[in-house]
Design a binder for this molecule. Structure first.
Ligand code: GLU
Length: 566
């Protein structure tokens, strides 16, 4: 810290006087806060990162993306990932917004270990972790800036500011804004300021930006150090209601919470020069920045940011409702962050994705396109790697919220439901048709008698070219002679023999060689059994389905189907 006073020759300087008038309630000094929030005792390479959302009631995919990267960077370096709620913009705040953020982070496995670790648990020595409870801290640091002559109160009304902007417009001033000669209140004498304060006039706190400051380099790990024009505008630091702007709160909070790496969206890059200026004025160590590119989408021929208004995929609630596994979303986002994730996954097909090390330097510098198909493909792979019990647990959890009647059925006979989800799961390559949990209902409903019953009495529409007599013959056969203990090979062989007996080819090849010689092939014939058992024309392996359903269910359904053949 710079030496904390403007005391001259033992007399209180005019700036000190003004600062005290502006912040009469401040009792602490920055030095005291420095002591309360000392540097963290971590290894030198440890990264302290954070997610700092506003509780707007909407968690954007970009937020979970940023959290995932921030959490991983902290974890893989032995650091800390914390959550700070930035609720200074009361107009944007939504009731329950804070809890929604915490719950979403939890659902997507990116919960912090410090800050709001749960809805009613704030943890850590660097809090409060919600900005509305830090006003005293901000005032203390604001007072300090006034004392040092780095900030001043501005009493301009909206109308006066509009006049300044209009004058700049009229005169064709290139650099617009409240600065230098345009900054009326920057030039008030201490006596004038005092007089206004004594009258109780409202003010905002503005930074006294250097004139013609030149260029500044923003230390950015993703984009490389970026040279930008330094800030020359006397930006507002504290609003007239005493609430800090993002800029001021960012600097004070990230310093006091000892953030080493500020991970945030690239929309903040343009104001980073102001932030660096403030860090310097305070004498704080400057953190490293990671400005993430946005996640975007093609619209016609151009790319645009994923929009909360237009794109359902922008909201995390979409992934929860549709039922993408958390791991699928994580893997997709990891791949978006570091495109080598894909190769890593190929080389480490069974490793948990938490073992993948994020390389911040490999994070894309430009907008990352959201690719729904890729997400779906990755989701299929993730689900294919799960055990049937894992699938059951996650489907059940999803259904509990979004399809309770399915959850109820799944819980009635858990062992049976797990067998259902195990169909074609243990073969190589395993079943890969599930993309989301919401699809599992359509893919498995027929296994469950409660759901099947409604269809059981509907007429059975036979596949083209199959006569009712042949259909009945094959159903009769399976009803009477289905042997549960038969393995796939023996079962197939028996099916082929039956086909032959009824005038069908025993396999497709034979049929194709001379189609006129047969009524059809074994597949045609067996489709009746499939229909009888599932009322669906495409299903996983029929032998396995019969095994899971068990002899009793198979013969019951086949018997019922026999009566539905017209
Ligand atoms: N509250 C800011 C936002 O929601 C946070 C930006 C940051 O991470 O510093 O955009």
């Amino acid at each position: 810290m710079h030496s904390p006073s403007a005391q001259v020759n033992g007399k209180i300087g005019p700036l000190m006087d003004i600062a005290s008038l502006m912040y009469p309630h401040v009792t602490r000094t920055p030095a005291e806060y420095e002591k309360m929030y000392p540097p963290r005792q971590l290894e030198p390479e440890a990264m302290v990162t954070r997610f700092a959302p506003s509780p707007t009631g909407f968690v954007h995919l970009g937020g979970v993306y940023a959290s995932l990267i921030s959490k991983r960077l902290a974890e893989q370096s032995g650091g800390v990932f914390y959550l700070r709620i930035e609720d200074t913009d009361k107009k944007r705040e939504v009731a329950g917004g804070r809890d929604e953020i915490i719950t979403t982070l939890k659902n997507f496995d990116v919960s912090p270990t410090e800050g709001y670790v749960d809805v009613d648990t704030e943890k850590g020595n660097y809090g409060p972790y919600i900005q509305s409870q830090r006003l005293e801290i901000y005032d203390t640091y604001a007072k300090y800036l006034v004392e040092k002559g780095y900030a001043y109160p501005c009493f301009c009304s909206e109308e006066e500011l509009a006049e300044i902007a209009a004058a700049q417009e009229r005169q064709g001033v290139k650099k617009k804004g409240y600065y230098g000669q345009w900054a009326r209140d920057r030039h008030l004498t201490p006596e004038e300021v005092k007089a206004k304060l004594d009258q109780g006039q409202k003010f905002v706190l503005r930074v006294k930006a250097p004139e013609n400051p030149g260029k500044v380099r923003v230390p950015d790990l993703i984009k490389g150090p970026i040279e930008l024009e330094a800030n020359f505008v006397d930006m507002v630091l504290i609003k007239s209601n005493g609430i800090p702007t993002y800029h001021f709160a960012h600097v004070v909070d990230d310093h006091l919470m000892r953030t080493t790496h500020v991970t945030r969206g690239e929309e903040w890059l343009s104001t980073a020069p102001l932030h660096l200026q403030l860090f310097e004025m305070f004498g704080f160590e400057i953190p490293v920045y990671l400005h993430f590119s946005h996640i975007g989408k093609m619209e016609g021929n151009s790319v645009r940011k994923l929009s909360k208004r237009k794109d359902p995929e922008a909201a995390m609630s979409f992934y929860t409702e549709v039922g993408y596994p958390t791991d699928a979303v994580s893997e997709y986002l990891l791949n978006l962050a570091n495109s080598n994730f894909y190769d890593w996954r190929k080389q480490n097909p069974t490793a948990p994705h938490t073992e993948f090390k994020i390389n911040p330097k490999k994070i894309g510098k430009s907008i990352a396109l959201f690719d729904h198909k890729k997400l779906d493909d990755m989701s299929k792979d993730v689900i294919a790697r799960m055990t049937a019990t894992e699938v059951y647990d996650q489907v059940y959890e999803w259904a509990n919220t979004f399809k309770p009647e399915f959850a109820e059925i799944l819980s009635r006979d858990k062992a049976y439901a797990i067998k259902v989800f195990n169909v074609e799961r243990e073969k190589t390559p395993p079943r890969k048709d599930f993309v989301t949990w919401s699809q599992t209902y359509d893919a498995t409903w027929y296994f469950f008698d409660e759901l099947f019953e409604a269809k059981e009495n509907e007429p059975l529409t036979l596949p083209d070219g199959l006569s009712a007599d042949d259909a009945k013959a094959v159903l009769n056969y399976y009803q009477g002679e289905y042997d549960e203990t038969e393995d796939k090979e023996a079962w197939t062989e028996r099916g082929r023999n039956l086909a032959e007996k009824l005038g069908f080819a025993r396999d497709l090849k034979t049929y194709k060689a001379d189609p006129d010689a047969f009524k059809g092939h074994v597949g045609h014939l067996m489709s009746v059994v499939r229909l009888a058992l599932t009322r669906s024309s495409t299903t996983p392996d029929l032998h396995e389905i019969m095994q899971v359903m068990g002899k009793e269910r198979v013969s019951r359904r086949i018997s019922a189907a026999t009566h539905q053949i017209l």
